[in-house]
Design a protein around this ligand. Structure first.
Ligand code: GDP
Ligand code: MG
Length: 198
């Protein structure tokens, strides 16, 4: 359990807004361990492979987007989920290839869920205060759809352990992940805390 891993990407807007340190700090101070990190400019093909790693992503995201429109009393741009995701994916490719990103692997107990909690919900307009997307950016689907671009939400974070394992394999070679001990793990995970007093 303590070795669960998740993939986090600081998207190009996060790098351009000089938020790398602020964002890394928020994950780091939780107690998670950084076991892989690099800066790259992804290709469009890599971005497409990343978002379609889950074969259901196109359908689920399209259906979710249609529901978002209808919940607001607005007509969706199409009734076909796959047509909607085609537009979202094209916008994501433009967004994610516009500059360097920081790809990271964080490790620790419940890494996937802890990182999602710290990251916040997908749409910054409704992400909880105290989360990265809730505190550091202000975009909405309403604005991004009007302007025909991807929503600028600073971060990608894996949604499940299975997704994380596939995404980590897509972004990192095994040799780029470092296995090491972090001294604080003795405090985070030690059962007896019996190594403190002299
Ligand atoms: P995440 O796991 O929180 O990043 O969210 P998803 O995996 O559901 O979506 C991935 C990306 O697809 C998001 O970062 C958005 O760019 C886009 N996306 C997801 N849902 C919507 C939506 O309802 N409307 C629009 N315009 N884009 C969406
Ligand atoms: Mg996702």
């Amino acid at each position: 359990m303590k070795n669960e891993r998740t993939l986090v990407i600081i998207k190009p807007d996060g790098v351009q807004r000089s938020l790398i340190g602020e964002i890394m700090k928020r994950y780091e101070r939780s107690g998670l361990k950084l076991v892989g990190v690099k800066m790259i400019v992804p290709t469009a093909e890599h971005v497409e492979n990343h978002y379609t790693i889950d074969p259901e992503w196109r359908r689920v995201t399209g259906e979710k987007t249609i529901k978002n429109y209808k919940d607001k009393g607005l007509p969706p741009p199409s009734e076909d989920p796959l047509a909607i995701t085609t537009i979202i994916l094209a916008n994501l490719k433009k967004y994610m290839t516009s500059g360097p990103v920081i790809a990271m692997v964080w490790q620790g107990v419940h890494a996937v869920k802890i990182v999602r909690k710290i990251t916040g919900g997908t749409e910054p307009l409704t992400s909880d205060v105290g989360t990265i997307r809730g505190d550091l950016v202000l975009d909405s689907y309403q604005l991004s759809d009007t302007d025909g671009r991807a929503v600028r939400n600073l971060i990608h974070a894996s949604g499940s352990v299975d997704e994380a394992n596939k995404e980590i394999a897509l972004w990192f070679a095994p040799s780029e992940i470092v296995n090491y001990r972090l001294v604080q793990e003795q405090i985070l995970y030690d059962v007896n805390l019996d190594g403190i007093l002299e």
